[in-house]
Design a protein around this ligand. Structure first.
Ligand SMILES: [Zn+2]
Length: 319
């Protein structure tokens, strides 16, 4: 079956923009990668040779304002989460992400430009069966009053995200998201990065968010939304948090079969929860889509095992 196979991009596609923290211009090109490669960032434009880093939880070296990937020589690429969310969200298993600067371009603050790039590049199926990380038991982490928890879930990948901001214009919002290429595109991909004016000012004074503007961020002050064009969704903020969850958990290296609940979370919490899951070898196992299909056909196994929704849930959005 086509949908149970791994996928990659058919060709390359390029987006150009600026980094939200550096404010510097950058060009990013997504392209095909072999079976079992996962997501590989290739940093070009350096004085020496190009450097590569696999987008995995091990490669995360900072999470304070954005997800930064690097190696022993130091940071390589930051603000990786929106392009990774797009690749995972659109059901792509293997891809290269070439970048000629230190930071993924922020574009409009959402994943829309990366979705357009995937549409332009096209998606092809590969010869090998798709593999998944199946969550076998609950794993929870807490950081202050933030909680992140994985638990087994039979229907593919589900994100349950709650936010609770003091700013009354954001306030409490929650979103339950069942991942498919179609739901990612429709519900999540267009939700933009957001912040409060006080926080933006604090970031500026720390030398971050130098490229932030109303072109790429939803900004609130205490009494109003400062963007003239308004919101794309009434609950755009929590939808963006879902986008970040999909991107941060793409660092698992394989699609996850399970549910992930995040309360007041961010990149740091998502990374801590993913690290806790992956470091407990009794909490997960790798399953292949063909294995999943076979186990579904064994009557005694029942509905607690990997269900029939898997392949469609992660299928590429192709017609
Ligand atoms: Zn984000």
């Amino acid at each position: 079956m086509k949908l149970s196979r791994q996928t990659t991009l058919r060709s390359q596609a390029t987006v150009t923009g600026v980094g939200v923290h550096s404010g510097l211009p950058v060009s990013l090109t997504i392209g095909p990668a072999p079976v079992d490669a996962g997501y590989i960032f290739i940093r070009t434009g350096l004085e020496g040779a190009d450097r590569e880093v696999h987008a995995t939880a091990d490669a995360v070296i900072a999470t304070e304002f954005a997800t930064v990937l690097g190696d022993r020589e130091g940071p390589l690429v930051s603000t990786a989460e929106h392009v990774l969310a797009t690749l995972r969200g659109m059901g792509i298993d293997n891809a290269t992400i070439e970048i000629d600067g230190p930071e993924v371009p922020i574009m409009d603050g959402s994943a829309a430009a990366f979705v357009a790039a995937v549409d332009q590049a096209g998606i092809v199926t590969q010869s090998a069966a798709r593999r998944f990380i199946q969550v076998l038991k609950p794993v929870q982490v807490a950081i202050g009053d933030c909680v992140g928890e994985f638990r087994p879930f039979a229907g593919g990948f589900r994100a349950e995200v709650e936010i609770d901001f003091a700013n009354p214009l954001i306030g409490r919002q929650s979103y339950c998201f069942d991942l498919s290429a179609e739901s990612f595109r429709r519900e999540i991909s267009r939700a933009r990065t957001f912040g409060c004016m006080n926080d933006v000012a604090r970031l500026w004074s720390a030398g971050f968010a130098l490229g932030a503007s109303f072109e790429n961020s939803v900004v609130f002050d205490e009494t109003r939304l400062l963007n003239a064009e308004g919101l794309r969704f009434r609950d755009e903020c929590v939808r963006h948090k879902v986008l970040d969850v999909v991107g941060d958990l793409a660092l698992a290296g394989l699609p996850i079969l399970g549910a992930y609940r995040s309360v007041r979370g961010g990149h740091k919490l998502n990374h801590a929860a993913l690290t806790a899951l992956l470091s407990d070898r009794s909490a997960w196992r790798v399953v292949e889509s063909e294995t999943a299909r076979r186990s579904r056909n064994v009557a005694e196994v029942g509905s607690s095992t990997v269900g029939g929704l898997i392949a469609p849930a992660y299928g590429p959005d192709v017609s």
